[in-house]
Design a binder for this molecule. Structure first.
Ligand SMILES: Cc1cc2nc3c(=O)[nH]c(=O)nc-3n(C[C@H](O)[C@H](O)[C@H](O)COP(=O)(O)OP(=O)(O)OC[C@H]3O[C@@H](n4cnc5c(N)ncnc54)[C@H](O)[C@@H]3O)c2cc1C
Length: 392
């Protein structure tokens, strides 16, 4: 590649964040990077084009201990928050859909069972989910609006020793491939979490077919028609919206790291292309405006990396708040989507081809900037912290 011999810094890690990592953290990053290079990148374009979640990756991901990686016990790896972040970053360098699978399984399904489940529920589900034998999904969003979960219509009514659930959930990752759904439903006592087996009578998952984003991920609508769930499947440890919101905080944390990987993949592609593309008798890299654009991508990736690194340290010290997470989810998703769009443009017409990574990441990031709280929702969370006023 022309010009690379003069580079002293890693363009994808200008501030050498890698040097800040412990040996264990570096090892985790390297092993996930290998998995992505060897197993994800060769198949991901096809999975995206055919709108299929590559389920064959689940045992590979599980074998590295990436499912429920930050939980202790129950066959989980008990890694720190930085490791979880690096796992997300490397997976999303491959594809946001693969990272979404791991985020949902780890942060939205295994985390609430670990944090709020009974001992029996933990033993039943966590080891099976850690080894990828059982897959979970998380049902919070409903068709009438995800940003305001307090407007929940799905209702669970007590009936003897059982509960009977009616309602529907929308945009549910892993919905069609899940063995169990952690479903949040309104009850007389407030919002409760239920572990619903997906073979329960009255439960239906319908794949959402016409997505232009996260096509390598399964997304479904869930329907509950008098679904009977035993009392033993209610998460006993939490009542109210703080249950699902605490799960979202975990998953959003991982997303702040994940999108850095997508942005790095796009910058890398744009750099390679700009070196080789000769226009007006010169490589694109020799023009000032292309250099400014590449520099801007690098600046934004560096900022995102430092935010997530500090966020991870706060998390490991038990000092991370939802507002901290909102700043980073907002900043890093915005940076990544802008970088992906700009990288797509630098590739000209080739930029719209799935042969190159930017368009796939760009389309994926449209979901990532929307789910787990839209950009506006995160701005309002930060605004509330600054002013003390709830403007939702
Ligand atoms: C691919 C994909 C996978 C998903 N996976 C899951 C999953 O596994 N589980 C799950 O439960 N959910 C999941 N979601 C749902 C996701 O979390 C919601 O889409 C998201 O929370 C937004 O909700 P909504 O789509 O209903 O949009 P709405 O809440 O209807 O928002 C519409 C618009 O209004 C804006 N808005 C909202 N409130 C305000 C306000 N007060 N002031 C100004 N503007 C406002 C929003 O920012 C947005 O631009 C997924 C979504 C996608 C796209």
């Amino acid at each position: 590649m022309a010009g690379t011999d003069k580079r002293k810094l890693n363009p994808l890690d200008l501030y050498d964040v890698r040097a800040e990592l412990t040996e264990e953290e570096s090892m985790v990053q390297d092993s996930v990077a290998r998995l992505v290079d060897e197993k994800v990148l060769p198949i991901i374009q096809d999975a995206f084009e055919t709108h299929t979640f590559p389920k064959e990756l689940v045992p590979e991901v599980a074998a590295l201990g990436l499912l429920g990686s930050s939980l202790d016990g129950y066959d989980c790896a008990g890694l720190n928050a930085i490791c979880y972040g690096l796992i997300c970053q490397e997976l999303e360098r491959g594809d946001s859909g693969i990272r979404s699978f791991v985020s949902v399984q780890s942060s939205l399904v295994m985390f609430p069972i670990h944090a709020y489940g009974s001992e029996e529920q933990k033993r039943r589900w966590l080891p099976a989910m850690a080894c990828g034998e059982a897959i979970g999904c998380f049902g919070l969003t409903e068709p009438q609006g995800g940003s305001d979960p307090s407007n929940m219509k799905t209702y669970a009514k007590r009936d003897g020793d059982d509960w009977v659930i009616n309602g529907s959930k929308m945009w549910i990752t892993n919905g069609n491939i899940a063995d169990a759904a952690v479903v949040w439903a309104m009850t007389e006592e407030g919002v409760r979490g239920f572990i619903v087996k997906t073979d329960s009578p009255g439960f239906t998952a319908q794949k959402i077919e016409n997505k232009f984003s996260l096509r390598a991920s399964n997304t479904s609508a869930l329907f509950f028609d008098n679904v009977r769930v035993p009392d033993a499947n209610v998460l006993p440890g939490v009542v109210g919206l703080k249950g699902p919101l605490s799960c979202l905080t975990q998953a959003r944390y991982g997303i702040t790291w994940g999108v850095i990987g997508a942005a790095q993949a796009c910058l890398n592609e744009a750099l390679n292309y700009a070196h080789e593309r000769i226009i007006f008798n010169n490589p694109l890299t020799h023009t000032q405006s292309i250099q400014q654009r590449l520099a801007d991508m690098s600046r934004r990736i560096t900022t995102a990396q430092l935010l997530s690194l500090q966020l991870g340290r706060l998390k490991d010290q038990g000092r991370m708040t939802p507002t901290h997470v909102s700043v980073a989810k907002w900043n890093n998703c915005r940076a990544a989507i802008d970088i992906a769009r700009d990288a797509r443009d630098i590739l000209g017409g080739y930029g719209i081809s799935a042969e190159y990574v930017p368009i796939r990441h760009m389309l994926n990031l449209e979901s990532v900037i929307t789910y787990e709280g839209t950009e506006t929702v995160h701005q309002l969370i930060v605004g509330k912290e600054l002013t003390g006023v709830n403007a939702f």
